[in-house]
Design a protein around this ligand. Structure first.
Ligand SMILES: NC(=O)CC[C@H](N)C(=O)O
Length: 314
């Protein structure tokens, strides 16, 4: 049997980015920019950024990799990480670890599963995680932002008040989810306060380059090689990567794992972060979304990238 020979370590990733983008040039960038959050619809649909940071701190960049965009649900990885640090495994009494097979903002399972969301990456799960943060942090918005800045080693990361407000104005689904879970007793704080934190979390703006630096700890056993900071234990790093692999793309998680073979997390801003434990973190940004709310071109790029470089985890 031929053994797997990855291009990792020896790869000229820069050249691979060019190759992959050239190959996909003839593929129509299907999909639409998210418009259910009005502020998001203002983004230039043709943006395209790729950045890869290795655990050895090498950097490889392409296109609009330095431009900040709305990271949306990618930020749910930060909130989960902080909540796990604060309450540990008690978190799993209030949120599950199973793929939902449903859209990210779906309400259906919550009724027959008694207000316990399937996982922390669907909206319902992330809202419960925000509720936990509200219960345990003195100044939830400031403390969460401080944690994200420290995790990334980037002091300039910030919320977008404009985006948070835009989402609040049209966040009927998220209000429905939070109120529904409150009725089941799985939201302990005031719904308005919890959603304010959730909308701010989703409004964070970062570039592909920032994202790879922030999430490199997931490729390095919980320690960010860029800052030397221990973000979380190795054991919990395993758990977070596992949930990203099985739940990071909602009802398309199987598809992403099948095609790319890496744990990853998407956001409706068109960003995707993927991790190769021990090796690298890669982030892509292309705003047009497929009908499941994941970046159409981002998924294509990552599929081509891991195939070409033989850098899936399998
Ligand atoms: N999938 C996403 O990125 C969704 C996040 C968005 N803020 C929402 O709550 O609808």
């Amino acid at each position: 049997m031929e053994t797997k020979k990855t291009m990792i370590h020896s790869a000229n990733y820069q050249a691979v980015f060019h190759e992959v983008v050239a190959e996909l040039k003839n593929v129509a960038d299907q999909g639409e920019v998210a418009s259910y959050i009005p502020e998001l619809s203002k983004v230039d649909p043709n943006k395209l950024g790729i950045h890869l940071s290795t655990t050895q701190k090498e950097q490889h960049s392409f296109g609009d990799a330095d431009e900040a965009f709305s990271i949306q649900s990618i930020a749910k990885v930060f909130s989960l990480t902080l909540a796990l640090k604060i309450i540990g495994k008690d978190l799993w009494k209030r949120v599950g670890v199973e793929p939902s097979g449903s859209p990210f903002n779906s309400l259906v399972q919550l009724e027959y599963e008694k207000g316990i969301p399937r996982n922390p990456f669907i909206n319902a799960g992330a809202i419960v995680v925000c509720d936990i943060l509200v219960s345990h942090l003195k100044n939830p918005k400031q403390d969460l932002l401080a944690f994200i800045r420290k995790t990334a080693g980037i002091a300039s990361i910030d919320y977008s008040a404009k985006l948070a407000d835009s989402e609040k104005q049209t966040g009927y689904r998220n209000y429905a989810l939070a109120n529904f879970m409150k009725d089941f007793g799985n939201i302990h704080n005031d719904v308005e306060t919890v959603l304010d934190l959730y909308f701010h979390l989703c409004s964070i703006e970062m570039s592909c380059k920032d994202l790879t630096q922030a999430f490199l700890f997931l490729a390095a056993g919980g320690v960010n090689p860029m800052t030397g900071e221990t973000v979380i234990s190795q054991e919990r790093t395993k758990r977070i990567n596992s949930i990203m692999l099985t739940c990071g793309f909602y009802d398309e998680a199987g598809e992403f794992a099948f095609k790319t073979g890496l744990p990853g997390k998407s956001g409706v801003g068109g960003g995707i972060v993927a991790i190769h434990p021990g090796e690298f973190c890669i982030a892509v940004w292309s705003p047009k979304l497929n009908r499941r709310g994941n970046s159409y071109m981002g998924m294509r790029l990552l599929e081509a990238f891991t195939t070409k470089t033989k850098s899936s985890i399998f």
